[in-house]
Design a protein around this ligand. Structure first.
Ligand code: AMP
Length: 209
């Protein structure tokens, strides 16, 4: 079994690309952010603990995240590999992942900091099916979402104040992972500041290497 990691700052488009790459590769998307948001909504012990970190734009402690992943990776749909979105985000998480499952490609979606605030503050999703949209770059069509039941949903942490903390967390705790994976020869950089289709094409090319 071999898995893929989608890596990059908040708002880089990891979720959007994950949806597309899942269609091409068949690998299920495993987003720790989505799993945590579901836990917060259901008010599980994990959700209750994670909520304050998420609202402050801070990383949730490694032990919580690693436990979530350990459980997720045991499910039947994960046996042929998965596509991680937003995980790992620290060196200890990457070390734990290396013990749990093999990773064949880490795809870094690169977007300059100055573009991140606009990208995050303009995004929304369909509350019915989870498709991700953006006011400027990828608006929902006039006929609504493909799922046929569009309900606009915005994330509580997609605001200017929290974005700054999330970007700092990325630079301080997550970006050192680039060298960590580069040393293993599985790190591929993709320019994420372009048309969504061009980015998907480049990711699919990188996955063939
Ligand atoms: P995301 O949806 O990936 O932007 O994640 C939203 C928030 O969930 C982050 O700002 C963190 O508070 C938390 N989170 C998601 N994934 C992780 C992770 N791998 N490690 C630590 N915190 C995470």
């Amino acid at each position: 079994m071999s898995s893929i990691v989608l890596f990059g700052p908040p708002g880089a488009g990891k979720g959007t690309q994950a949806e597309r790459i899942t269609t091409s590769t068949g690998l299920p998307q495993v987003s720790t952010g989505d799993m945590l948001r579901a836990a917060v909504k259901q008010q599980t012990p994990t959700g209750i603990e994670a909520k304050e970190y998420m609202e402050a734009g801070l990383l949730v402690p490694d032990s919580i995240i690693i436990d979530l992943i350990r459980d997720r990776i045991k499910l039947p749909d994960a046996q042929a590999g998965v596509m991680f979105d937003g995980f790992p985000r620290t060196i200890p998480q990457a070390e734990a992942l290396a013990q749990i499952t093999a990773v064949s490609h880490v795809i870094a979606i690169e977007v300059p900091d100055e573009r991140i605030v606009d990208r995050i503050c303009g995004r929304y999703s369909c509350g019915n099916c989870g498709s991700v949209y953006h006011e400027t770059f990828n608006p929902v069509s006039n006929s609504g979402c493909e799922c046929g039941d569009f309900i606009e949903k915005r994330r509580a942490d997609d605001n200017k104040e929290t974005v700054k903390s999330r970007l700092s967390a990325y630079h301080e705790q997550t970006s050192p992972l680039a060298d960590w994976y580069d040393n293993k020869g599985i790190f591929h950089r993709v320019n994420g500041d372009r048309d969504i289709n061009l980015i998907s094409d480049d990711i699919l090319l990188a996955l063939k290497k």
